[in-house]
Design a binder for this molecule. Structure first.
Ligand code: ADP
Ligand code: MG
Length: 238
């Protein structure tokens, strides 16, 4: 059974159709990367999967359950954005534990889970700081920690590293690969960075103008692109 299945997904904003019939199955534990030019609908697709945006038509299934009409909080999905969206007035520990606090989990349980997550991300020494006192890479770790603590079925990443400098991007990419191994989680990851796509993905999905041009393992797309668009997109220098 697929962890995520998308059936005939369409999305229009007014008269403009930006997603034009997407079908995709993602297996449990799979790392899927979305690539494609700016404006082709990658973020809109993630927002519909997470429930932040309604679909115009089509069906979204998570672990065999139709969630098309289900509220975001009930979908067991966590999203990590390019902008960290941390609460500036809260400490790192409070930021990471916020979702559990909202869910009214006991304080002891929250502290224990925050400590566990901080250990995984190697930010245990930062728990009492506020976001202002952190570097970009540290902030992104906190944002990822906030996602992990809810133990979602599916992680969605929307260009999470594009605000970081090149060296840090490499470090965080390795970190995300390690996390994927460790959590055995299903991940969908949008990026413009070809190295990220080629090294992280089990499968790459090439989007163009609201539809899928090709789906395949990185080397498959590289060696046998279905058309000039994919060849240009995958083959272009990073
Ligand atoms: P990508 O993430 O691939 O760059 P997006 O999903 O952000 O692309 O956008 C796809 C298209 O949908 C773009 O043409 C964008 O302008 C349009 N779009 C996205 N969100 C909205 C919205 N809330 N209202 C109107 N148009 C939107
Ligand atoms: Mg986008």
């Amino acid at each position: 059974m697929s962890q995520l299945s998308l059936r005939s997904i369409r999305k229009a904003f007014g008269a403009v159709e930006v997603i034009r019939g997407i079908d995709l199955d993602v297996a449990e534990g799979e790392f899927v990367v979305f690539v494609g030019p700016s404006g082709c609908g990658k973020s809109t697709m993630l927002r519909m999967i997470s429930g932040l945006e309604d679909v115009t038509s089509g069906e979204i299934n998570i672990a065999g359950r139709d969630v098309t009409q289900v509220a975001p909080a009930e979908r067991e999905i966590a999203m990590v954005f390019q902008s960290y969206a941390l609460f500036p007035h809260m400490t790192v520990a409070e930021n990471i534990g916020f979702g559990l606090k909202l869910a009214r989990r006991p304080r002891d349980e929250i502290r224990k889970k925050v400590d566990d997550v901080a250990a995984v991300l190697q930010i245990g020494q930062l728990l009492d700081r506020t976001p202002r006192e952190l570097s970009g890479g540290q902030r992104q770790r906190v944002a990822i920690g906030r996602a992990i603590i809810r133990q979602p079925r599916i992680f969605l990443f929307d260009e999470p590293l594009s605000n970081l400098d090149a060296a840090l991007r490499v470090q965080m990419r390795l970190e995300i690969a390690r996390l994927h191994q460790r959590l055995a989680a299903t991940m969908i990851y949008v990026t413009h960075d070809q190295t990220e796509a080629m090294t992280l993905a089990d499968r790459i999905i090439v989007f163009n103008k609201g539809h899928i041009e090709q789906v395949g393992a990185p080397m498959e797309l590289y060696e046998r692109p279905a058309n000039m668009f994919v060849a240009g997109f995958i083959g272009a220098p990073a």
